[in-house]
Design a protein around this ligand. Structure first.
Ligand code: PXL
Length: 272
């Protein structure tokens, strides 16, 4: 059984970050440990007056205990990071916590729809670049890709623009780049992956849904990473992750009282 550690925040309410990564990875047969970067009462997308308790000081103690215990992982999966001091710790723990051949996977969860998330700033972007350079795989959306590359975010682009972005992101370091929220055709939305060493491009587009929700990026990454560690091809990983999001959105759309995230549990329960 593969073993992963996910480094991101605990948003206690709101279906994102660790509260989605843990159930999804576990349901797909991946033993999942967590290194929480902070605790928030809710996520920061739409809730007012959320609380935030930073865990930067606790993180090196947890890592050092694991090292003493000889605990290592097949993958590290990082997401939302709320404090710039954590990036060096993350890069440092890569060498200490990964098995030989282990994968360092970064979802640079920091922005969407052209904007940084409310509690974040340019320093987080700089720190995120620092871990992206060390990563084996990254999973940015189009906004995050623009921030990482220091380019203007645009909702209109050609296939060549996207291929150029994928190559530029891979040139920063990672062998695999999975770019999400890509659309080349009205009514379709999906993800495109680039493998640097072979130049292989793989893509999948699902039916675009009428509504978009918070937390779907974290769910997409969790599904894809679990499948990838389970040895699925990138084509299958992309299809599974995209269709999982479609079904999660469909399970949520009839419920206006549930605007803050998607009912992914319904999909997980039906599937696993
Ligand atoms: O889904 C990404 C995410 C994770 N964690 C927190 C967030 C967000 C997005 O806004 O606010 C705390």
């Amino acid at each position: 059984m593969k073993k992963i550690v996910s480094i991101q925040d605990i948003s206690c309410y709101g279906q994102c970050s660790l509260t989605v990564a843990l159930p999804i990875l576990s349901a797909k047969g991946i033993e999942t440990a967590i290194l929480p970067s902070g605790i928030l009462s809710t996520h920061t997308g739409g809730f007012q007056n959320f609380t935030y308790h930073d865990l930067t000081d606790e993180m090196p103690k947890i890592v050092s205990h694991w090292i003493d215990e000889g605990i290592t992982f097949d993958a590290i999966y990082t997401g939302y990071i709320g404090d710039t001091r954590q990036f060096d710790l993350i890069n440092d723990s890569k060498g200490k916590l990964l098995n030989a051949g282990g994968r360092f996977i970064v979802d640079p969860a920091m922005a969407d729809h052209g904007k940084l998330y409310p509690a974040l700033n340019e320093d987080i972007v700089e720190g995120m670049k620092g871990i992206v350079r060390e990563a084996d795989m990254i999973l940015p959306n189009l906004t995050e890709a623009a921030f990482l590359l220091g380019r203007e975010y645009s909702e209109s682009y050609t296939r060549d623009d996207i291929l150029d972005m994928l190559q530029a992101l891979a040139a920063m370091g990672p062998e695999e780049v999975v770019l999400t929220g890509v659309s080349f055709e009205e009514g379709k939305l999906g993800a495109i992956a680039y493998q640097k060493s072979t130049g292989t491009v793989t893509e999948y587009y699902a039916e675009k849904q009428a509504q978009s929700y918070h937390g779907t990026g974290d769910i997409f990454s969790s599904v894809l990473i679990a499948d990838y560690l389970n040895g699925k091809s990138m084509a299958d990983c992309l299809a599974d992750a995209c269709e999982f999001i479609v079904k999660s959105i469909q399970a949520t759309m009839g419920h206006p009282e549930h605007p803050y995230g998607v009912c992914f549990e319904a999909v997980l329960a039906a599937k696993e």
